[in-house]
Structure formats: C-alpha cells, structure tokens
Design a protein around this ligand. Structure first.
Ligand code: NAI
Length: 283
C-alpha cells in the first residue's frame, strides 16, 4: 500500500473512531487526539476493535493486518503537539462551535499546511472558520457507521480555497468513498432533504393517511428507497431528528416545524431503536 501523508483526528467517540479507522485503512498514519487519558484509551481501543471487525469480515486492504494499521495510530492528548507536516485534520468533538474552534485553532497553529476539516452535522462552517485561517477550513461530513457508509458531504464556506476542496475530494476518493460538494447552508444537502421527507411522513401518520409500515413500504417499493423514512427516523433517533428540525426552523423557517406527534413521542421517551420503541417496536 502507498504511504499517505499523516492525518489527525480530534475526538475519538462514535464518529472519530470510525474516521480514524478509514484513514488508517487507506494507508495514512493517524494521530488520535482525546480530551484526557482515560477517554484516549477508550478511543484507541474503539479504533482497534473496529479494525478487528473489518479484518474478520475481510474488509481490510489486501496484505494488511489489523496490527499493521494499529501500529500507525498515535494516541495523544496534546493537540498543540500535532506533527507539523500533518496534511489533514478532522475534528469530531461535540457539536459546539466554541469547542470546535478551540481544537481546530490549536491544530492550525501546530500544522501550518493542514486542511482543517469539521465533521459537524449541523453547525455553520463559516462560523467555525471565523477565527481560523478560513481558506483551509471545510466541512467533511461523514455518516455513521463511517467504515460502511459511502458518502462524505464536503461543505464549503465562501472562504474555503479551491485547493482545500480539491484536497478533500482526493482524500475521499482515497478512502473509497464518494464526495458531494455543498455550500454552507443550514442542514447542508443531506440533513435538510432527509429531514423534509421524514417530517412529512410523521405528519402523514399523525393525519391517519397510512400506517408507518405502509408509508415505508410505499417509499421502498415505489421509489426504491433502501429504508422507509419512518424506520430511518427510528434508526437515527427521534430526539436527534427533533433537535435538527428545531435548528432548521430557526434558520430556515416554519416549514421545518416539528409535528406534535414527534414532540409527544420524544417526551414519552420513544426515541426509536435505541430506546426500544419509536414508530416501530424494537424490543
Ligand atoms: P461523541 O460524543 O461520541 O464523541 C465526541 C468525542 O470528543 C468524545 O470522545 C469526547 O471525549 C471528545 N472530546 C470532547 N472534547 C474534546 C477535546 N477538547 N479534545 C479532544 N477530544 C474531545 O460524538 P459523535 O457522535 O462522534 O459526534 C462528533 C461530531 O460528529 C459532532 O459534531 C456530531 O454532530 C458529528 N456527527 C455525528 C454523527 C453521528 O451519527 N453520531 C453523524 C455525523 C456527524
């Protein structure tokens, strides 16, 4: 496998561990940054376990073992000590502008040439870039679970340079995934459109148009969706969808107003797959 430039992933939770996995599998050394020692151990373990699963399913590149890849992972808690020649930094810390600005600011100082990518699912890339070298800042929105999902949504704000966008297109190709390029608008392309259909499907249940099963079957067989919008809402989490709907109502107007049925279900703790009940029974 060709050696690729050094990368860094900041935040090794659900998304960061997956992003580290795919960068390692593509041949890059990865510096994994966590907030403290115990979370760092857990994050490094999560990456190792994820690679192990891929190895067992025969999904690692030919001729590489989990051990080869783990050997290229450098865990650290010192974001200000990232290698100066790091080419790509991806942050996957919690969804707060100030936290993202802090970690990317430290990375920008330590790595003068690096692309500074945020995995935010909803925040404005322009707002994150405000105090940073904006030409290097871009959204790199991965999907969960990262090793399995084929899409990366690249989100460009007005200051993102063409060189940064092209570098990220090349990175996504190297990961064996497909990129789309979207301007920095609330909900980007995927969340905005996915949510629109999801909310309308919930309103249809509310109005008694059809059952969740029949609405989902309609979209699966009639429109070739791999999964219906209500089952997908259960998988994503009703609370997550409600939070995004509230955010987009604020940013884009009342067409994203959450249906009362969604609010009621979240209030009752019916959050979907993770709580055992949503529009379907998962128990
Ligand atoms: P998570 O809570 O699983 O992971 C966040 C990690 O960041 C934690 O391990 C935490 O210890 C670490 N962290 C916190 N402060 C830090 C700091 N100062 N330095 C280094 N590490 C720090 O969160 P998750 O779900 O992985 O989400 C991360 C980002 O990815 C968020 O912006 C989220 O909106 C986005 N995202 C999440 C998706 C999902 O399905 N969970 C899908 C796409 C994007």
């Amino acid at each position: 496998m060709d050696a690729r430039p050094t990368t860094a992933v900041i935040g090794g939770g659900t998304m960061g561990a997956g992003i580290a996995h795919v960068l390692l599998a593509a041949g890059s050394p990865v510096v994994l940054v966590e907030a403290d020692g115990s979370r760092l151990d857990a994050a490094a373990q999560a990456v190792s376990t994820s690679l192990d699963g891929a190895a067992q399913r025969g999904k690692l590149p030919e001729g590489t073992t989990r051990e080869d890849l783990v050997a290229r992972l450098t865990p650290t808690t010192a974001v200000d000590e990232l290698p100066a020649d790091t080419a790509l930094v991806v942050e996957a810390v919690p969804e707060r502008v100030d936290v993202k600005q802090t970690v990317l600011g430290a990375a920008a100082r330590a790595c003068p040439e690096a692309v500074l990518a945020s995995n935010t699912s909803s925040l404005s890339i322009g707002a994150i870039a405000a105090e940073l070298p904006g030409e290097r800042v871009i959204g790199m929105h991965f999907f969960n679970p990262v090793p399995a999902q084929k899409l990366v949504e690249l989100v460009v704000h007005p200051g993102t340079s063409e060189a940064t966008t092209q570098a990220c297109r090349d990175w996504v190709d190297a990961l064996g995934k497909t990129s789309i390029v979207v301007n920095d608008a609330p909900g980007f392309a995927t969340s905005r459109l996915g949510l629109t259909v999801g909310l309308e499907a919930i309103r249809m249940v509310e109005e008694g148009v059809a059952s969740p099963e029949d609405i989902d079957t309609g979209m699966q067989l009639g429109y070739r969706w791999p999964m219906g919008p209500l089952r997908l809402t259960d998988v994503v989490g009703l609370d997550v969808r409600l939070a995004i709907a509230e955010h987009l109502t604020q940013e884009l107007g009342p067409r994203f107003t959450p249906p009362q049925l969604l609010r009621d279900k979240v209030e009752r703790g019916e959050l979907g797959q993770k709580s055992g009940r949503g529009f379907y029974d998962w128990s």
